[in-house]
Design a protein around this ligand. Structure first.
Ligand SMILES: Nc1nc2c(ncn2[C@@H]2O[C@H](COP(=O)(O)OP(=O)(O)OP(=O)(O)O)[C@@H](O)[C@H]2O)c(=O)[nH]1
Ligand SMILES: [Mg+2]
Ligand SMILES: [Zn+2]
Length: 290
């Protein structure tokens, strides 16, 4: 029996679909997984035993260690998070944008991109000023097919998740990024259908090319909880804070009201006042969570 390494791209009704060597294998899992309550998760790197080459049937033998894991959508081993907002309709909610960034940082996703869609409606520059020094920012329009190639070249060879609020155009962007793929439902009608069904949409790695590029769509949500983040780790979730974290008088400085805080000394210089304010606000919400 041949064994192969592959990637779990989707799961339907207890069956798992694994991409390996340019093919997709329909896989069951070894009983030991159920016994040990190990649940294969979309994005998993796996080892499979091929049972039939002709029917592309196999069994998952082993799940390799995970590098990171997202909760919503439930997917693991992400290379890149594309935090997607719209330049207008809906307007950018900066509190929410920072929460998405904090979560992505907390999940140890190294490559984090901010994508502002609908730039045909508004030319948002503030984003660039605040975030460009720390994150790659792409201004795109799914409607006018603008900036798509630039974004796509960033995603090449990676597994990326498009995350962001409802209605910003994530699915519309994916239809542009993968023009030959099965087109995704977009717009208010698709959301009404989703709401009506009361089902979680299937998470799936969408194949963008033959070079290992995959994109994951996710249903938009309008609120995010950060309650699982230990309060002392919040400071590390603001990437531009990192160079200044060792410069405070007190080792356990919270960077809130302490004297001689090396971080606060940078606010208005190398740290944007708005980002610092949102750090304080999230910090206080974590303090009050019980
Ligand atoms: N003007 C403009 N409208 C856009 C653009 N991209 C998407 N839209 C519209 O925005 C609406 C929402 O697009 P979707 O792709 O469904 O948004 P989504 O982020 O997938 O939304 P959810 O699936 O609910 O999370 C649709 O009516 C799109 O036609 C754009 O670049 N410019
Ligand atoms: Mg969508
Ligand atoms: Zn400090």
């Amino acid at each position: 029996m041949t064994t192969k390494k592959g990637r779990l791209i989707k799961g339907i009704g207890g069956l798992y679909y694994v991409a390996a060597d340019g093919f997709v294998y329909e896989c069951g899992i070894r009983g030991i997984f159920r016994k040990k309550r190990i649940i294969p998760t979309i994005g998993d790197n796996v080892e499979i035993s091929v049972q039939s080459h002709d029917d592309k049937k196999a069994v998952i033998d082993k799940i390799l260690p995970r590098r990171n894991s997202l909760i919503r959508p439930k997917v693991v081993n992400i290379d890149c998070a594309v935090i997607t907002f719209a330049a207008k309709s809906p307007d950018i909610n900066f509190d929410l944008l920072d929460k998405f960034l904090i979560l992505a940082e907390y999940q140890k996703i190294e490559d984090i991109v901010i994508c502002i869609n609908k730039c045909d409606l508004n030319n948002e520059q503030k984003i660039k000023e605040i975030y460009e020094p720390v994150y790659s920012v792409y201004h795109v329009s799914a409607l006018e097919n603008e900036g798509i190639d630039e974004l796509m070249s960033h995603l090449k060879g990676k597994v990326s998740v498009l995350a962001g609020p409802s209605g910003v155009g994530k699915s519309s962007l994916i239809n542009r990024l993968i023009p030959n793929g099965e087109q995704r439902q977009t717009g208010e009608i698709s959301r009404k259908i989703e709401r009506g069904k009361h089902t979680t949409r299937q998470v799936e790695l969408l194949k963008a090319d033959d070079e290992g590029t995959y994109i994951v769509d996710s249903p938009g949500f309008t609120s995010l909880s950060l309650d699982m983040i230990p309060i002392d780790e919040l400071q590390f979730c603001f990437r531009e804070f990192l160079p200044y974290l060792g410069n405070c008088r007190f080792n356990d400085c919270r960077h809130i009201a302490e004297p001689d805080c090396g971080l606060k000394a940078e606010v208005g210089k190398n740290i944007s006042p708005e980002r610092y304010e949102r750090f304080v606000s999230v910090y206080k919400s974590l303090e009050n969570k019980y």
